[in-house]
Design a protein. Sequence first.
Length: 157
Amino acid sequence: MFPPFDVTVLSAFILVATDWIPTFNVEPFCRAVASRAVPVGDASICMRKEMEARDQLARQWTQFAPADKSHCTQLSTIGGDPTYTELLTCLELQRDARNLREKERGATELKFYGRANGSLPSHGSGRTVPSGRSSGRFSSSISWTRTASARWASRIS
């Protein structure tokens, strides 16, 4: 009854259709800001800045994590007039916080284990054992130490 279709094409279309830059009506916000800045307030300057922020969002949209896009879009549309500058700022903060956590996580592994790649020393043999593999009699204590360190690191981030 229905013509056959490729599921891959359909899923790619759905992915592209859902990954959109939101459209905000920033004019009410800009008028309100300009009215508060009388006599020097100019709504056209605000509108220009908002369009510049939207253009920057369009250029960087694919670089932001989908979870951050969803979170920041919802956050910027809660109450009041949403703006592109608010959305862009939220996305940049989320991205920078994630990068900082990853950098600190790498430094923590280097500090605790002496290796940046997550490999663990294999007590006395002079070789390294990839994390998650047993190195002999100390494997359970290494596993416990790694788990405890990960829990500690997650509490401070």
